[in-house]
Design a protein around this ligand. Structure first.
Ligand code: OOG
Ligand code: NI
Length: 453
């Protein structure tokens, strides 16, 4: 087989994300309604803000807007997680970032499988937030054992998916026909099952320990629990959700609305109660699946992130129990300390930027400075914000909580254990901040080299 017969991993991911979206829209019709609303608000925002339209187009962000999605799944064992790592690699998705959610009372730790290279992100940035249940945090010894036994009996992958993952590994990719088959087989892992693998009593016992444990342990596979389109105006989508029959979570997570968006803002419509047939034929319900939206802004440097974390903590002390409007007002006041223009964020090294030559810079020869600030001042170089491609642990915990039935859970004393996560994964997770720093540096070196020649 020649190399050219093989499809690029970007194309496999693109096919998969579209198939996943179609499956989820068929499974959860409200998700289709959410997509419609987001599309409408995005179009309105673009026509009301021609400058934003121009900028997104110039940055190559417009084309990917409508394919922009992430999803989330939760698995129960190390074997499941490490096989998922191999499955996502077929689609050019690699584990980036470690997220500890135990501190927020959710007994999981997580990573995001996502594309890494610029061109891959630009083509289709589909990511899957993937959590591993931490059975060691479950207090009841009996329930922990019972969970382990149940999980040991299931295989969440089809034989066909396993075979095609191996073929990808030995062949260095898949042909177009193999990729279509792979997408079909891989989707089976993420499908919803209306029948649980356990009886109602076991479900209740696990559910009473933590709703999330029941969600991971009692089913045949890690059903996709939400998908997430990208919006240009999350406040407007949140406001209009009820008009379209959706019940939004109480508040938008993350930073407040700004002129220059930072990191990530998220909200969701709340998980639906769905009927389930339990072993022994008892009927019951389970609440797991929802729809989410995200609005992405610039990636922050460690310094910017420290300021974000500090202000978030400060804000959260004042927002308990507030409705979204009051919550956002508090956050806006607290975040007044975070400079709200690109140039200030760049000068103060709070955020990452991609440098490129302006039209004037492209024809300039032998620029007499190697100082990027001077070159910007001379109009030879321009800096564009680099979009944040990752997640936020406090926001993720908020999303989990509101879709697990609301009530805040107590923090687990267990806390972060990145080593254990990586051992289960069978690989190290890539540090997300290092990726942004590399992209910024490479762009800087590139413009300096081109101006010298
Ligand atoms: C994942 C919640 C986190 C996000 O966007 O922060 C998440 C889950 O509920 O499994 O998806
Ligand atoms: Ni999400």
């Amino acid at each position: 087989m020649t190399h050219t017969d093989l499809l690029s991993t970007n194309d496999v991911r693109d096919r998969f994300s579209k198939a996943m979206s179609a499956m989820y829209q068929a499974e959860v019709p409200q998700y289709g309604t959410l997509l419609e609303l987001v599309e409408r608000v995005n179009q309105e925002t673009l026509s009301q803000q021609p400058e934003l339209h121009r900028r997104l187009e110039a940055q190559g962000e417009l084309a990917r807007l409508s394919v922009e999605r992430h999803g989330a799944i939760r698995v129960g064992t190390a074997a499941e997680l490490s096989m998922l790592r191999r499955l996502f690699a077929v689609m050019g998705m690699y584990p980036v970032g470690y997220y500890d959610l135990s501190e927020a009372g959710v007994p999981v730790h997580s990573t995001a499988f996502r594309p890494i290279e610029d061109d891959a992100l630009a083509m289709n940035p589909f990511r899957v937030f993937t959590s591993l249940l931490r059975l060691e945090l479950i207090e009841s010894e009996a329930l922990r054992q019972r969970s382990e036994e149940i999980l040991a009996k299931r295989d969440i992958f089809t034989p066909g998916a396993r075979e095609l993952i191996e073929r990808h590994e030995t062949q260095g990719g898949l042909t177009s026909e193999e990729a279509d088959q792979f997408v079909k087989e891989a989707l089976e892992t993420f499908r919803w099952h209306q029948d649980a693998t356990v009886d109602l009593e076991t479900y209740h016992a696990l559910h009473d320990e933590h709703r999330l444990i029941a969600d991971v342990v009692c089913f045949r596979g890690p059903h996709i629990n939400h998908l997430t389109p990208r919006t240009l105006d999350i406040d407007e989508v949140q406001r209009r959700m009820p008009e379209m029959g959706m019940n939004p979570k109480a508040v938008i997570e993350g930073p407040p609305r700004r002129e220059c968006p930072i990191l990530l803002r998220q909200t969701s419509f709340k998980a639906l109660e769905e009927s389930i047939r339990f072993a022994g034929d008892a009927q019951g319900t389970h609440t797991a699946r929802f729809g989410e939206i995200e609005q992405r802004g610039v990636a922050l440097t460690p310094k910017g992130r420290a300021l974000y974390d500090q202000l978030l903590t400060e804000g959260r002390k004042q927002t308990a129990g507030l409705d979204n409007d009051a919550h956002q007002t508090v956050m806006k006041n607290v975040f007044a300390k975070f400079p709200d223009n690109d140039e200030a964020m760049r000068r103060e090294a709070l955020a990452y930027f991609h440098y490129h030559l302006t039209e004037k810079g492209q024809v300039a020869k032998d620029a007499d400075s190697a100082d990027i600030d001077a070159l910007i001042a001379q109009g030879l170089v321009e800096a564009q914000p680099i979009t944040y491609e990752d997640f936020l642990p406090v926001s993720a915990a908020g999303i989990f909580q509101s879709n697990l039935g609301g009530a805040e859970s107590q923090a687990y004393a267990g806390n972060a254990n990145r080593d254990a996560f990586e051992e289960a994964l069978g690989a190290q997770v890539t540090d997300e901040l290092a990726l942004y720093a590399e992209r910024e540096n490479a762009s800087k070196e590139n413009v300096l080299a081109r101006l010298k020649s």
